[in-house]
Write a protein that binds this ligand. Structure first.
Ligand code: HEC
Length: 104
């Protein structure tokens, strides 16, 4: 009985991890997401946050739109302003976009 529970917990852990981090080419982008975006946006079934759920954001926006939103969020929705994302190098921005585009 206890063993079943442990197996179930391990399964759930691995399963939710794969939602966040589907393959190693997007790991860096995920880490950037975690520090820069995760405070306001969720990805899966975690609690409701101020920003939208970005689980399928790669389906909703092209990379071009995503970069525009990150650089000047008010173009998307000026009523619930998302602050511009600062302190990201071009390389980090690319990694982040690669990760976001993979969220389909
Ligand atoms: C301080 C909070 C905050 C942070 C940090 C933040 N956002 Fe947002 N974001 C928002 C809010 C608020 C909106 C507007 C949501 C709405 O209209 O309901 C938004 C909107 C968006 C949208 C357009 C809405 C959608 O779901 O298509 C995208 C894309 C987005 N954010 C991506 C990001 C990314 C990527 C980062 C990190 C680099 C980030 N945000 C960081 C608060 C934040």
């Amino acid at each position: 009985m206890k063993l079943k529970l442990i197996v179930l917990l391990i399964y759930l852990f691995i399963n939710s991890y794969s939602v966040y981090c589907s393959d190693s080419s997007t790991t860096k982008g995920f880490l950037i997401f975690k520090t820069k975006c995760f405070g306001c946006h969720s990805l899966g079934f975690d609690r409701k946050k101020e920003g939208t759920n970005l689980r399928h954001v790669g389906k909703r926006h092209s990379e071009k739109t995503l970069v525009a939103i990150i650089r000047s969020p008010h173009i998307f929705d000026s009523s619930k302003a998302m602050p511009p994302v600062t302190g990201m190098s071009d390389k980090e921005e690319k990694e982040l976009l690669k990760y976001l585009s993979s969220l389909k």
